[in-house]
Write a protein that binds this ligand. Structure first.
Ligand SMILES: NC(=O)c1ccc[n+]([C@@H]2O[C@H](COP(=O)([O-])OP(=O)(O)OC[C@H]3O[C@@H](n4cnc5c(N)ncnc54)[C@H](O)[C@@H]3O)[C@@H](O)[C@H]2O)c1
Length: 342
């Protein structure tokens, strides 16, 4: 099954995820979709100093939006901010330093942000990693999972009250087509034991992001949620973690701007919110989240198990002793998890 999934996915990728795939798909793009001013709207982009995130932040700044760049490295963030301001002429570009793999810091950051800023219209969960050796964060959680899944979960859950009170709120998560080869595994979120393979863990995390997006769409009707695949894109992540793939693909890889196109469309276009919330996008179109006959659908029981485990891990890492007030976002989110999936 794994061979079938990988082969089917790779052949699909060679046709659709490449620069040629983008060129073919972009023939049906409507230019006017992005002719919208976003002055007065605010956007948070994680991993905004590089690759797809930087292109996305620059495109938003060009449309007048206020950009909150959430980055791990201050020097790289400042260099990227200077580039974005120079290119866009928009000075409403702010830097926030956060290591998303550090679970407790994600809580602290989200809580501080909500106190400091009155609105957030769009959250773009772009930051992601594929660490090839098993590493742990400071509280002992496996780092790919902590960054790609738990960090996204805590950031999104915590910012929901702010998003809910903002106009036309959207959450976009940059997942990956690589998730198509994975079925949700709710039993070993920490990838403990056995042979550790970074690409497999990464693809599993990306599947988890799609499952989360579907869950949020069901439980949070005020916000429009989407996940997306950018295609195979020539970015620092690809050159550092998959140098052989990059060499093999060469000019066939998409540019960062091409990879960012659908993120930008989901964030800025008027039409995006009229698509069903919870969909998975590729080149501005909602596409299936499973390959044909790949048996990757998850049972409601597995989804429920995954969500409960995630919430438990999130609460364990919360900086203040977990004593939520009745009706607080965290308390109600846990209740929703249980209501919808058990
Ligand atoms: N490049 C591709 O072909 C491709 C394909 C599918 C999905 N993606 C996804 O696109 C997203 C952007 O990646 P990219 O290709 O532009 O690579 P990139 O290396 O240019 O960008 C990744 C960004 O994430 C940030 N990041 C990683 N770990 C972080 C952490 N712990 N805390 C804070 N920030 C962190 C990095 O600093 C960087 O800014 C990722 O989620 C990636 O999984 C990329």
């Amino acid at each position: 099954m794994s061979l079938y999934r990988n082969l089917t996915w790779f052949l699909k990728g060679m046709k659709e995820y490449t620069r040629d795939g983008y060129d073919a798909a972009s023939k049906s793009f409507i230019v006017e979709d992005l002719s919208v001013s976003h002055v007065g709207r605010s956007f948070m982009v994680t991993g905004a100093n590089s690759g797809i995130g930087k292109e996305t932040a620059a495109a938003i700044a060009k449309k007048g939006g206020t950009v909150h760049m959430v980055c791990r490295n201050k020097d790289k963030a400042e260099m990227a901010r200077a580039d974005i301001i120079r290119e866009s002429g928009n000075t409403e570009v702010h830097i926030h330093i956060l290591d998303l793999s550090e679970t407790t810091q994600v809580w602290e950051f989200a809580e501080t942000f909500q106190r400091q800023y009155p609105t957030l219209n769009v959250l773009i969960n772009n930051a992601g990693c594929m660490i090839n050796k098993r590493e742990k964060n400071s509280i002992g959680l496996e780092k790919n999972f902590a960054t790609n899944t738990l960090g996204v979960y805590i950031l999104t859950q915590s910012l929901m009250p702010l998003l809910q009170k903002s106009r036309d709120p959207r959450v976009i998560t940059v997942s990956s087509g690589g998730m198509l080869v994975q079925q949700l595994r709710a039993h070993n979120l920490q990838s403990k034991g056995g042979f550790y393979r970074g690409p497999k863990v990464y693809a599993q995390n990306k599947r988890q992001q799609v499952v989360l997006t579907e869950h949020w769409a069901k439980t949070q009707p005020v916000i429009h949620f989407s996940a997306m695949h950018p295609g195979w894109v020539d970015t620092p992540a690809v050159s550092s973690t998959m140098p052989q793939f990059r060499q093999m693909m060469g000019e066939r890889l998409r540019s960062a701007a091409q990879g960012a196109d659908t993120v930008v469309w989901l964030a800025l276009s008027r039409g995006a919110p009229s698509t069903p919330s919870g969909s998975f996008f590729q080149d501005r179109k909602a596409v299936p989240t499973h390959l044909p006959m790949a048996w990757t659908n998850s049972s409601a029981k597995d989804v429920a198990k995954f969500l409960v485990k995630l919430e438990t891990l999130a609460q364990e890492a919360r900086p203040q002793p977990a004593d939520p007030q009745p009706g607080s976002p965290t308390e109600s989110s846990q209740a929703l998890v249980i209501q919808h999936h058990i």
